[in-house]
Ligand binder design. Structure first.
Ligand SMILES: *Cc1c(COP(=O)(O)O)cnc(C)c1O
Length: 340
């Protein structure tokens, strides 16, 4: 089971290998120095994402963490505050970057099981204009959240609140295309509510690296400076942008296959007595295992060449992606069924 090709890696949709077509597109990419704004492939990718999502401009960033960070740095100044879900990536999983690098204070807000925040609670967390308080400037959402697509009417309500209270609204859309697929709408129907949106090319879309931040021309201009400050100004990066363009052309509509496979995996696990399927949304399945059985499960999966994300969340997370086939799902179900 040590041969890589034998391992079924369900830890994350970040583990995909670029396919031959993507590698060919990278090989043939026209490139230039992107710090001088001269990389035609980066320019094409940025234009493509801005147009698709309904924004004036976009900026390629090496990671989603950096795309979110430069957005927060552009929306907020030192001593400002952003409101954010307590379990959100932009609060919990980005090393506190906005506070560390921007002196921007997070105000975490509890989230319901579906990822939404009570908008009354959000509104009461907005600080009065008073020297005692940080200045509340920004609200951040995440879609999908734990694999769930946020309800579209919730997005409209959040936009209404931000308009009423003068807040900017940022979307961590690392898995925006999964959300659009699950909600059966064009991505624009989600992004139209936001002032800025980051999308990951390196999750379900299968590129080796890269995220794109979209927003107004003015905002993107500011983020370009912050990206340089963060060390993210890169040179002939069209090689990676070409992978992103390939991903948008080939790997968006097929996300529905990942969602169907996750649903089939969840259905197959429902019969396994020692585990409980907690949730299955888009390409993610969450299972609960009694604490005293967790190590045994980890050992069992490892022995049978299955990788799962264990230890970051109370649940075990299984994620489908480009490199997971129907046969892999069958084998994974079989391995779980032999755990007792
Ligand atoms: C992966 C991810 C990001 C960005 O992560 P990077 O690894 O820095 O690209 C941001 N938000 C969410 C929800 C993510 O899953």
């Amino acid at each position: 089971m040590n041969d890589r090709s034998d391992i079924i890696d369900l830890r994350s949709d970040t583990v995909t290998q670029p396919c031959t077509g993507m590698r060919q597109a990278m090989l043939e990419a026209e490139v230039g120095d992107d710090v001088y704004g001269e990389d035609p492939t980066v320019i094409a990718l940025q234009k493509r994402v801005a147009n698709d999502l309904g924004f004036e401009a976009a900026l390629w960033c090496p990671t989603g963490t950096q795309a979110n960070l430069v957005a927060m740095l552009a929306h907020c100044a030192r001593g400002d505050e952003y409101l954010v879900g307590m379990e959100a990536h932009t609060y919990k999983y980005e090393g506190g970057g906005a506070a560390v690098l921007g002196s921007i204070q997070p105000q975490p807000i509890p989230q319901a099981d579906d990822g939404t925040m009570d908008l009354g609670v959000v509104e009461r967390a907005i600080k009065p204009i008073d020297p005692h308080f940080a200045r509340t400037r920004l609200l951040c959402l995440e879609n999908t959240w734990m694999g769930r697509a946020l309800p579209l009417d919730y997005l409209a309500d959040v936009r209404g609140l931000c308009d009423r209270r003068g807040l900017a609204l940022h979307l961590d859309g690392a898995r925006l295309y999964n959300a659009a697929c699950a909600s059966e709408v064009a991505p624009r129907e989600i992004t139209r509510h936001f002032d800025s949106v980051s999308v990951c090319l390196s999750k379900g879309l299968g590129a080796p690296a890269g995220s794109v931040l979209a927003g107004s021309a003015k905002l993107i201009d500011v983020t370009k400076r912050w990206r340089k400050v963060c060390g993210g100004g890169m040179r002939q990066v069209g090689i990676l942008a070409a992978a992103g363009l390939y991903a948008l052309d080939h790997n968006v509509t097929r996300l529905a296959d990942d969602h169907a496979r996750a649903a089939r995996l969840a259905a197959g696990l429902r019969d396994v007595t020692s585990i409980r399927v907690d949730a299955c949304h888009t390409n993610m399945v969450f299972i609960e295992v009694p604490a005293d059985r967790l190590q045994a499960l980890a050992t069992h999966l490892e022995a049978h060449g299955i990788r799962a994300s264990i230890g970051y969340l109370p649940q075990v997370r299984l994620v489908t992606h480009l490199d997971i086939s129907d046969a892999d799902i069958d084998r994974a179900i079989h391995v779980f069924q032999s755990f007792n």
